[in-house]
Design a protein around this ligand. Structure first.
Ligand SMILES: [Zn+2]
Ligand SMILES: [Zn+2]
Length: 405
């Protein structure tokens, strides 16, 4: 290749700056082609990412605007309302199509999801489907095991190669021009949303001065603070949900189930469940796995606005019960070994109790599911298990009874 060709293939600093500025408004603007951009090595695009930096910097506005109960509670409420949009719309509708709605309903969902300021629904769905295809592999854009915690949490979203949406990979969504338009001009909804919040604050200052708020204070709390925290709450699923929690299913990635993450993300914390079976509307597979997004979608389905919510197949629930039982038996074996090897250890009392609770939990799971007709007996009560352990006192005894997950 001639030197002149090499030079001409590298855009100048000025043209890169100009492209990044245009991309603030038009996300699909890729002068060298989107494919070329996607194949570049990971690198933070500082100019392109400035609106995202501005979102964080806006939180510092609390120094000047102060606070009031109505502003802070608005921020909290908008966090949870929009977390529902992230999980119920970006994730469970656009990424996985776990329920159906009309074309106009889909448009309204995309507008609602646009207020989350997490780029367009199509960008979101494209990257998320890519994550499921390559989870925790070298191609995964945000695996904490491949790229480290910080990159999986926030770095990947600032990388130049991760800005374009590959519409060829989401043809089921790209056939709707209204969705493509909102994805291309993905700042339109957030800006209109921010302006609306400002004017709500102005209205409150005018008509309810006793509340002690105003336009700027509402803008800082209900938009900047709430949206920034919403981003980090969501990002915890990319970072923490592949590091923290339990693995019920032996999926090919390192996804995990976490109650804490389920609370802050309205149900997305059951990430190991979700990686095992992505097509279900619910991520909490059992009644004690709290999944507020699913409850909200269920209520919405009663209105007729959405329909066709998909359930978890019985075979997957049974597979989960078998895995839980195998884990309980393993814990009981460990307890028996500890009792034999360290007869005076405090673990002698603690571990058997923990094992008993684990087994009881599995039995509770059994109440939610039909008893298995096939395979060996899955459910044993605590006294049966304790009796078996006392009688055999050998590590291999219980494993003879454990069906394979
Ligand atoms: Zn994942
Ligand atoms: Zn998913």
């Amino acid at each position: 290749m001639a030197v002149s060709e090499v030079v001409s293939s590298r855009p100048s600093l000025l043209s890169r700056v100009a492209a990044a500025l245009i991309q603030w408004i038009d996300s699909d603007h890729c002068p060298g082609g989107a494919d070329k951009m996607r194949n570049e090595p990971d690198k933070v695009d500082w100019i392109r990412v400035m609106p995202f930096v501005f979102l964080h910097a806006g939180c510092l506005g609390v120094i000047w605007v102060g606070w009031s109960p109505v502003a802070v509670w608005s921020a909290v409420a908008l966090y949870f309302i929009r977390m529902f949009a992230v999980t119920g719309i970006h994730h469970r509708y656009f990424s996985h199509k776990t329920y159906s709605t009309s074309r106009f309903g889909q448009f309204l969902l995309a507008v609602f999801a646009g207020t989350t300021v997490q780029r367009g629904s199509l960008w979101w769905a494209y990257h998320h489907r890519h994550h499921h295809l390559h989870s925790d592999g070298p191609e995964d854009a945000h695996s904490p095991h491949v790229h480290g915690f910080l990159w999986s949490h926030i770095g990947w979203i600032t990388s130049r190669r991760n800005f374009p949406t590959d519409y060829t990979k989401i043809k089921d969504l790209a056939k709707f021009p209204e969705l493509v338009w909102m994805n291309r001009f993905d700042l339109v909804v957030p800006i209109l949303f921010a302006i609306s919040i400002y004017f709500v604050g102005v209205g409150l200052e005018t008509f309810a001065p006793g509340l002690g708020t105003n336009g700027w204070q509402m803008l800082v709390w209900a938009f900047f603070v709430s949206t920034t925290v919403l981003f980090h709450g969501t990002a915890c699923i990319n970072s923490m949900a592949h590091l923290m929690g339990r693995r019920r299913f032996k999926t090919e990635d390192d996804s995990r189930n976490s109650f804490i993450l389920a609370i802050i993300t309205l149900g997305e914390g059951w990430h190991n469940n979700h990686h095992r079976y992505q097509s279900s509307t619910r991520n909490g597979f059992y009644w004690w796995e709290i999944d507020p997004t699913y409850y909200g979608l269920k209520v919405l389905s009663w209105t007729g606005f959405i329909w066709g919510l998909k359930d978890v197949p019985q075979s997957v629930l049974e597979e989960g019960a078998r895995a839980e039982h195998a884990a309980s038996v393993a814990a009981a074996e460990t307890a028996a070994r500890a009792r034999n090897e360290h007869p005076h250890s405090a673990l002698k009392h603690v571990i058997p109790a923990a094992a008993a609770i684990a087994v009881a939990t599995v039995n509770a799971a059994g109440n939610q599911m039909p008893k298995k007709a096939d395979g060996p007996a899955v459910h044993k009560d605590v006294s049966e298990l304790a009796h078996e352990l006392n009688a055999r006192q050998t590590p291999s005894a219980a494993s003879d009874q454990a069906p394979h997950a």
